[in-house]
Design a protein around this ligand. Structure first.
Ligand code: SF4
Ligand code: SF4
Length: 378
């Protein structure tokens, strides 16, 4: 799979870049989507390299810079990076746990041109939220940060990952986001890879809990129409067709890891045999148009049946390559979420594990996410 594939369609410029500025984070969420092998502080790209990356991204046509982590506020140069992104014409979105942002720093970020803040919450109740995030006092800090974001006039999105310990409050989290002054809330059910895969026994809700929570959040759309936009990412195990993962492989966005590896999606390294290029050695333009990993699943030449002859192939692009890899062993297969996939029974087997969950068992047995070089959090 290392050789670049023939791409049968013109490659459009990327729209967004997700920059994982660091994997360091004061929190330790057991569902964190960062890889289990986290990038250590030593080896993180320095300020000047990140600035070059953002300049190159803007030059190639990128519009949005999503500054993520870990916790991006763990970087001392965050304000400097935001200012640079602003100066090269990028819309900047800070994806943060809120911990590590003081009122003064929020004002500096606003002055540097920050356009949007996406604040994660672990629960709508302090005690539970702090236990899930593995950080005492985190909940209170988030409430302060939301207040400061509103005061400096930056639009706020709140996002919450749903699992067994907080699923009873899925609807309450929408109300809570309204109380925090958010214009948008994202309620996303846990996807079971990376740290969430390690913790799936403690995280998985029962099917009954999932159905109740999904109905509750959907009902909120009516209640809060015009007040807040609700993005609801429900589990796809019961869907007939897969989602167009990432809007299509290497079609709209790219990710850059703390150590500079460029990925078509944050889970792409789970696909063996792909060759990833590093921003230290290649420009963003070179990576986007020529990196083997980016070209591996562009166009439709790589598709196998039933996708190859399916009328929906340019609608969902065969779903998620990483999920196809994880559940069928071949990333070229149709995402087995699709009822037309010959491997669809594997999804049914996963859905069946929801039935086995004993929701009365408290979710206490987490393997907290931690960097080897980072002291465990209390
Ligand atoms: S999910 Fe939790 S641990 Fe992972 S980066 Fe976000 S706040 Fe930090
Ligand atoms: S067969 Fe492939 S392209 Fe067709 S709907 Fe299923 S996943 Fe999508």
């Amino acid at each position: 799979m290392n050789a670049p594939q023939k791409v049968s369609e013109a490659v459009a410029a990327p729209v967004g870049i997700l920059a994982e500025l660091t994997h360091r984070c004061p929190l330790a969420c057991p569902y964190c989507s960062n890889p289990v092998e986290l990038d250590a502080r030593e080896g993180e790209l320095d300020t000047e390299t990140w600035k070059r990356v953002f300049s190159e991204a803007a030059a190639v046509g990128v519009l949005h810079a999503h500054l993520s982590g870990g916790e991006p506020a763990s970087r001392r140069d965050l304000v400097d990076i935001v200012k640079h992104c602003h100066d090269v014409g990028l819309y900047t979105n800070l994806i943060t746990s809120g911990v590590g942002i003081s009122e003064a720093r929020m004002r500096e970020l606003a002055d540097a041109g920050l356009d949007h803040v996406q604040l994660s919450i672990q629960d709508a109740e302090a005690q539970s939220a702090d236990r899930i995030g593995g950080y005492k006092g985190g909940f209170a800090r988030k409430m302060d940060v939301a207040k400061w974001v509103n005061e400096v006039g930056i639009p706020l999105t709140v996002n919450a990952v749903i699992h067994r310990a907080n699923i009873a409050r899925a609807g309450r989290m929408v109300e809570f986001a309204v109380e925090l002054g958010a214009r948008r809330v994202e309620i996303a059910h846990t996807q079971y890879y990376a740290w969430a895969y390690l913790n799936r026994k403690a995280l998985m809700p029962s099917r009954e809990q999932v159905e109740k929570a999904v109905a509750e959040v959907e009902a909120m759309r009516k209640t809060y129409a015009g007040k807040i936009v609700i993005d609801h990412v429900a589990p796809d195990y019961y869907a007939r067709y897969p989602k167009a993962c990432m809007g299509g492989w290497a079609k709209r966005t790219l990710n850059v890891t703390p150590h500079g590896k460029a990925l078509p999606c944050h889970a792409a390294e789970t696909i063996p045999g792909l060759e990833f290029w590093n921003v230290r050695e290649h420009s963003i333009s070179d990576i986007w148009f020529n990196a083997p990993a980016f070209n591996a699943f562009r166009g439709d030449d790589w598709m196998l049946e039933p996708c190859r002859s399916c009328p929906r192939k340019h609608q969902d692009y065969g779903g998620c390559r990483c999920q196809a890899m994880a559940l069928t062993g071949d990333p070229r297969n149709a995402d087995p979420i699709c009822h037309l996939s010959p491997h669809h029974d594997k999804v049914a087997a996963i859905a069946a594990t929801f039935e086995e969950v004993d929701a009365n068992v408290p979710a206490t047995d987490y393997v907290y996410r931690t960097l080897k070089t980072q002291a465990p959090v209390a």
